[in-house]
Design a protein around this ligand. Sequence first.
Ligand code: GTR
Length: 354
Amino acid sequence: MIESKLSDRALPPLPAAQDPAAWERERTSMLDILQREEYGRMPAAPAGVTAELLERDDSFLANRAVCETITLSFVAEGREYSFPIRVITPKLRRKVPYFVTLSFREELFDRYLPLEEICMRGYGVAVVHYKSVAGDDDDFAAGLGPLAGDRTRPDAPGKIALWAYAASRTADYLLTRPECDAKNLAVIGHSRLGKTALLCGACDERFRFVISNDSGCSGAAITRGKVGESLGRITEVFPYWFCPGYRKYAEKETSLPFDQHWLLALIAPRHLLVGSAAEDLWADPASEYLACCAASPAWRIYGKSGLKHFDRLPVPGEACHAGTVGYHLRPGAHFMARTDWVRYMDYIQANRAK
Ligand code: GTR
């Protein structure tokens, strides 16, 4: 059944490769195509980042964690940039795996981020408020906006690329911290920030876990045959999320040289986690699940399973978490729920690098 659902979508196949070395060559050109045609060219990484500690609370979460407010600065393309992050680290006498969390809200206490529970399970959290990186609009003058360069270029980066770039700079910094468990870094985001987490994880191989919650159109969902939001609609309402050239595929999805399963496949052989919400038809859970199925052959090149899925669509409440790709379908609407976080943490606990 899944085979026939996938063949109905008439996806461009993943490039053929017999072994990891051949796949990695293909991977480089796939990444190039996705940047050129969809998200824009990711600016080059800076030589390094510097961190300035602005505030430190040593008795955070009833004295069980430390909360630091930090400004990260770096020089890229001849110009200095900075943005703030918040780093919450549980007080443990061992290394801590961090979530780089792309956040919609500036306030730390956010009902979509069960901070205390995450910390008590032994994870650190680095919160990147997306609008503190670059506004969610077509203004490219403020924040990291100028890094996009000339936005009349068809492959100039859009805001998703700039937010993803900031998540990678956050990883640059976290990896300098002695308590950071470098082997188990995760990047996570919801919706537009789920698209961002996927792009970040596709480009930046330091993330072992790449987590997309309800990312939908131009995120984890296949574009061809998708219900709800379409490429035409998203590039009309949010053209600045993407490179200007992406819009040319509006109502011409079948001429895209790729589909979103390519983006997911770039995460192989690391772990990809996709969460959908059953009522979120705008994002289209079935198209997210099918994308995970279609991307899975990339993991098999490395001798890994990819998504261990059913030969049918999942029903609300089900999870396929036994493979290197994980998928779950939560009952309910479009948001990042505590139950999504619990699913992701359970998966990470079972798949952590020792
Ligand atoms: C919607 C947009 C979606 C999704 C969502 C969000 O308006 O159409 O692609 O990203 O916003 O970010 O909450």
